[in-house]
Design a protein around this ligand. Structure first.
Ligand code: S3P
Length: 449
């Protein structure tokens, strides 16, 4: 099991108006996929704007261990010389995906239909997360797996060299599960079908089409049906990774709650499978304008001008959950500064993320003086109004980058500073968070030097 390094306690305090431009790093989901699809293409894929967070670096290492040539050219420019679908070789060692659920689940998919065994592990957070949701559908291809109890990591997959294509309805709304099945289907003959009741992020489908695979998405009575034709020859691409809307959420939400703020966040994805937070914020009364809409790296994007806003609590429709699943922690912070109650239902998937995010947010919010209610599938936040959040607590982050960043944003507008016990996981997805927020005028620092 990999460690996750020495804890980095951090503190944020009430900040002056935030101003300037927040250029957030590349999209984490797309960065993983660019490396993986590049490794499965024949020839050299060039990637610009790759997120150089630890999660993605771990996936880069894994692709190299499977036989691809992965080169870092500096400043976010990478190349991957791929081995083609079915061309991976048995790795010499265990694949360590660190903190990354996306990394491990997608890589399991892409080795499931290769005729060798791969052992996967991760850090203390990843090794608690459920993997049966991926190994169950992979078993339908003929892939065997042996893991710890509950199907957890460390886990060994024994891939099949004689895969049969599958038709699978995902029991949970998960782009990782959908993607694992499609990746396994790449090296199976015939058509692999995934049906999902609720649409989840569609980067795998979009990018696979871009790499030359035949992927058809249809709306059917059960939801969305995605059909992949197996054994394509993937063609190398030039991939420009767009900025990450999930990282953009932190400066956007900070500007909404820090009095007097006015910032620009360029190139934020408007992909409807990712932009639920922004729809929700506008419903809460956020002053956000979507300027200069265009396409970047195959994704619809816009520049967001965000101004401090008086917000009201709302009920977030459960049907929106998949399109903002990573944004509920920061939404619950924003909701604390709203007038009235924000009800988030249909969010039980939050319990199996890098931490149990409902529990982590509920505990920290309560410590900061915010009233909450929770059940297995719900988080309710009673807003304290724009200047009513007390803060003054040290919140536990449970090796979860989004919990750490959410509480640090809270401290920027609370009456008293807010600390987190460990900000080190922020490096998994947003390594420049501290500097970027400080450049906007936020007071955020490492507590011990
Ligand atoms: C991701 C899918 C989501 C999300 C994660 C990234 C992806 O997970 O939470 O951060 O890139 O496919 P689930 O598929 O488990 O919902």
């Amino acid at each position: 099991m990999s460690g996750h390094g020495t804890p980095i306690p951090m503190t944020s305090r009430k900040s002056g108006p935030l101003s300037g431009t927040a250029s957030v790093p590349g999209d984490k989901s797309i960065s993983h996929r660019a490396l993986i699809f590049g490794a499965m293409a024949v020839g050299e894929t060039k990637i610009a704007g790759l997120l150089e967070g630890q999660d993605v670096l771990d996936t880069a290492k894994a692709m190299a261990a499977l036989g691809a040539e992965v080169v870092d050219h500096g400043a976010g420019n990478w190349s991957v010389h791929g081995v083609g679908v079915g061309g991976f070789c048995e790795p010499d060692n265990v694949i360590d995906c660190g903190n990354s659920g996306t990394g491990v689940r997608l890589i399991m998919g892409c080795v499931a239909t290769s005729p060798f065994a791969v052992t996967f592990t991760g850090d203390a957070s990843l090794n608690k997360r459920p993997m049966g949701r991926v190994t169950d559908p992979l078993a339908l291809f003929g892939t065997k797996s042996v893991g710890r109890s509950g199907g957890r990591l460390p886990l060994t997959l024994v891939g099949t060299g004689d895969a049969t294509p599958v038709e699978y309805t995902t029991p949970v709304p998960s782009a990782q599960v959908k993607s694992a099945v499609l990746l396994a289907g790449l090296n199976a003959p015939g058509k692999t079908v995934v049906i999902e009741k609720e649409a989840t992020r569609d980067h795998t489908e979009r990018m696979l089409r871009g790499f030359g695979a035949e992927v058809v998405t249809e709306v059917v009575p059960e939801g969305h049906k995605i059909t992949l034709t197996g054994r394509p020859e993937l063609k190398p691409q030039v991939v420009a990774v767009p900025r990450d809307p999930s990282s953009a959420a932190f400066p956007v939400c900070a500007a909404l709650i820090v009095e007097g703020s006015d910032i620009l966040v360029p190139g934020v994805s408007q992909n409807t499978t990712r932009n639920g937070l922004y729809t929700t914020l506008v419903e809460m009364g956020a002053d956000i304008t979507f300027e200069n809409p265009r396409t970047e790296g195959g994704e619809p994007v816009a520049d967001l001008r965000v101004k401090y806003s008086k917000l009201k609590g709302i009920e977030v429709p459960p049907a929106r959950a998949a399109s903002m699943i990573d944004e509920y922690p920061i939404l619950s912070v924003v909701a604390s500064f709203a007038e009235g109650t924000t009800v988030m239902k249909g969010v039980k998937e939050l319990r199996v993320k890098e931490s149990d995010r409902i529990d982590a947010m509920a505990r920290g919010l309560e410590q900061c003086g915010v009233e909450i209610e929770e059940d297995q599938d719900t988080l309710i936040v009673r807003g304290c109004g724009p200047s009513g959040v007390k803060g003054g607590a040290t919140c536990a982050t449970f090796i979860d980058h989004r919990i750490a960043m959410s509480f640090l944003v809270m401290g920027m507008a609370a009456q008293n500073p807010v600390s987190v016990d460990d900000g080190s996981p922020i490096a998994t997805s947003f390594p420049v968070f501290e500097r970027l927020m400080a450049d906007l005028g936020a007071h955020v620092e490492r507590t011990n030097g």
